[in-house]
Design a protein around this ligand. Structure first.
Ligand code: UD1
Ligand code: CA
Length: 459
């Protein structure tokens, strides 16, 4: 598509009552402005210009990789914001889409439709309109006697009969770029807010003899602007539903989709089952027939096929085919459960590989460790990987058996097929197939307990 887009993201968003500028607030782990830029990109818009201003040091890092950034020094209105792009887009002639950085629900399909309608009709502008349940606060679309769009009047400037109009400006437009920048030179700020309104461009184009069209938006929710935290939560709910419906349509089961939150970049295979209170974020992927949840939060984690991930928190972890985790497992960055491996209850694993078929079933901490295949780690065993200054590695060979409540003080290596007796504190390497144990001898005093009780009874 030969179109360009401007994303307005210079405003403060006072009603958010926040230290952060509005467009930096996130939904499903993605900042508002990114939802808008990504929709434009997905629509095929080649060139995107972001207008930043208020607290721009927080906004620029989010958009500079794939958009041109222009600074609006003074936030004097939406027309002012577009006008600062005149220089950056001086060489551009064609369809120019204007998007609000605070409307994360806009879809690529609607952006493409705005461009298509304008190019087919050859008009100076197409404005996306909507009829919200409560039009208060929005600009109203004023039509002439023939029903054509004449102008847009802002809420604060509207006469009572104009305020009664239900058709509203969504804040999304497609312009003929040259007509837009020409008209912007004529926009004044003689209005209730003393601002330069982008909406005035429509009337200016009309006066210059150019036609202006309205494109009614099929789904008013797409135009929902985020001006407050309440609207932020509303927009999140819409996006949650949109994403979950797409996954369900593609063959994912969700017991209760209201209790499942999935980030926009997550990939799920067919027949994945998601139980309530599941949060899948970042670049997480889940393979066929795996069951995630309840109460699981996976971030940037890759899960294979046929896995069970029950009450688990995983960050940058890898869970291969047929592996199981939880309930109550914590997989930290670079934890890797190989095929059929298990990380059970109250188990924390960090930067470690648990080999094929190996099990860490209960109450363990495994860090900086390489565990071979078919190893069993007894309940309560831990790797002591930290000496207060540095981290050290542990290796456990194939088929080794670590008795319960063992401390493996790293750096240490336990050979393949070795057995470590329960309750040991292993500080030296163990040879393959050896038995290692550090266990004080058991002492027994016959009858001592009974004598003690008798003594206590006599006191
Ligand atoms: C605007 C429209 C209104 C429409 C509504 C839809 C105008 C004058 N009014 O009103 O008709 O119904 O959107 O949501 O355009 N911004 C800048 N620089 C500025 C001012 C704003 O970058 O100087 C950005 C804001 O960050 C925001 C967007 O432009 O992303 C819209 O501005 P906002 O003040 O929210 O406009 P509304 O009052 O909502
Ligand atoms: Ca707004």
């Amino acid at each position: 598509m030969q179109a360009a887009a401007i994303v307005l993201a210079a405003g403060a968003g006072t009603r958010m009552k926040s230290k952060k500028p509005k467009v930096v607030h996130e939904i499903l782990g993605k900042p508002l402005v990114r939802w808008v830029v990504d929709a434009a990109r997905e629509a095929g818009v080649e060139r995107v210009t972001s207008v930043v201003g208020h607290a721009r040091e927080q906004v620029i890092p989010l958009v500079e990789a794939d958009t041109d950034v222009v600074v609006q020094q003074e936030q004097n209105g939406t027309a002012g914001a577009v006008a600062v792009c005149a220089e950056a887009l001086a060489d551009f002639d064609g369809s120019l889409v204007v998007l609000s950085g605070d409307c994360p629900l806009i879809t690529a399909g609607t952006i493409a439709e705005l461009v298509r309608v304008r190019e087919e009709a050859g008009t100076a502008a197409v404005v996306l309109t909507m009829e919200p349940d409560d039009p208060f606060g929005y600009g109203r679309i004023v039509r002439d006697a023939q029903g054509a769009v004449a102008r847009i009047v802002e809420q604060k400037d509207a006469a009572p009969e104009e305020a009664a109009i239900r058709e509203c400006n969504s804040g999304f437009y497609c312009f003929d770029a040259r007509a837009l920048f020409e008209a912007l030179r004529q926009v004044g700020n003689d209005n209730a807010q003393g601002e330069f309104y982008l909406t005035d461009v429509l009337e200016i184009c009309r006066r210059a003899g150019r036609a202006v069209l309205a494109l009614p938006c099929g789904d008013a929710a797409e135009c929902l602007g985020v001006n407050s935290r309440i609207q932020l939560a509303e927009a999140a709910k819409h996006l949650q539903r949109r994403i979950n419906c797409a996954h369900m349509a593609a063959g994912v089961t969700m017991t209760d989709p209201d209790q499942v939150w999935i980030g926009p970049d997550v990939k799920l295979a067919q027949d994945v089952e998601l139980l309530p209170q599941t949060f899948l974020m970042g670049a997480t992927q889940v393979g066929e027939d795996s069951v995630i949840g309840p109460n699981s939060r996976l971030t940037d984690t890759v899960v294979g096929r046929g896995c069970i991930v029950d009450e688990t928190v995983a960050v940058e972890a890898r869970i291969d085919d047929g592996a199981t985790c939880g309930p109550r497992a914590y997989l930290r960055p670079a934890a890797h459960l190989c095929e059929g491996a298990k990380a059970g209850t109250h188990v924390e694993i960090k930067k470690s590989t648990v080999g094929k078929g190996s099990k860490v079933p209960h109450l363990s901490y495994i860090g900086d460790t390489t565990i071979g295949e078919d190893v069993n780690i007894g309940a309560g065993s831990i790797t002591c990987n930290y000496d207060g200054k540095k981290k050290h590695a542990t290796t456990i060979g194939d088929g080794a058996f670590i008795g319960s409540d063992t401390m493996m003080v790293a750096p240490v290596a336990i050979g393949a097929g070795a057995i470590v007796g329960a309750g040991s504190c292993i500080t030296k390497d163990v040879a393959p197939d050896a038995l290692a144990l550090t266990r004080p001898e058991q002492r027994e005093v016959p009858g001592w307990a009974a004598k003690k009780r008798a003594r206590q009874a006599g006191e």
